[in-house]
Design a protein around this ligand. Structure first.
Ligand code: FES
Ligand code: FES
Length: 165
């Protein structure tokens, strides 16, 4: 039986036919839509490489069935820059060397965006590390990642205050 699911991905609504109801959101993004920025690391919820934001919450796309998110709004790494302008979190990762091989980086960036939106990290490096603990980096770029999240958070907080003022 063929099933279809409708998702808004990076602002574009798409209806996708699925052969298998067990297709994960990760496989749908990578294999059906060619959005390969979202990485497949462990494929079992342990590394965070596949982190995307669904309806405002960060999730592991490898653990999510595509059909169970029918109607959802999905943000992937391909959707965070505005044209040629990188997202402040992307810029901060570059400025602080928050990456080495780059494999974990899309997931780290999506998780950082989610964490900043959740407003839970404050300016405490320990809380940032805890909030990012679901995203593993085999290269050990954790120092730069934490600094990047802190800086992006400061920048985005100041930008929000400018908007409100
Ligand atoms: S690939 Fe999803 S958590 Fe590792
Ligand atoms: S930068 Fe290589 S795994 Fe994180």
């Amino acid at each position: 039986m063929r099933i279809s699911t409708t998702l808004t991905i990076n602002g574009v609504k798409k209806t996708i036919e699925l052969d298998d109801s067990r297709t994960t959101l990760l496989d749908l993004l990578r294999e059906r839509l060619n959005l390969t920025g979202t990485k497949k690391g462990c494929d079992r919820g342990q590394c965070g490489a596949c982190t995307v934001i669904v309806d405002g919450r960060r999730i592991n796309a490898c653990l999510a069935l595509a059909i169970s998110h029918d109607g959802a709004d999905v943000l992937t790494i391909e959707g965070v820059a505005q044209g040629d302008r990188l997202h402040p979190v992307q810029e901060a990762f570059i400025a602080h060397d928050g990456l080495q091989c780059g494999f974990c980086t899309p997931g780290q960036i999506m998780s950082a965006i989610g964490l900043i939106r959740e407003g839970q990290a404050g300016d405490d490096p320990e809380r940032v590390r805890e909030g990012m603990s679901g995203n593993l980096c085999r290269c050990g770029a954790y120092q730069g990642i934490t600094e990047a999240v802190l800086e992006a958070q400061k920048f985005l907080g100041a930008a929000n205050q400018r908007k409100v003022a």
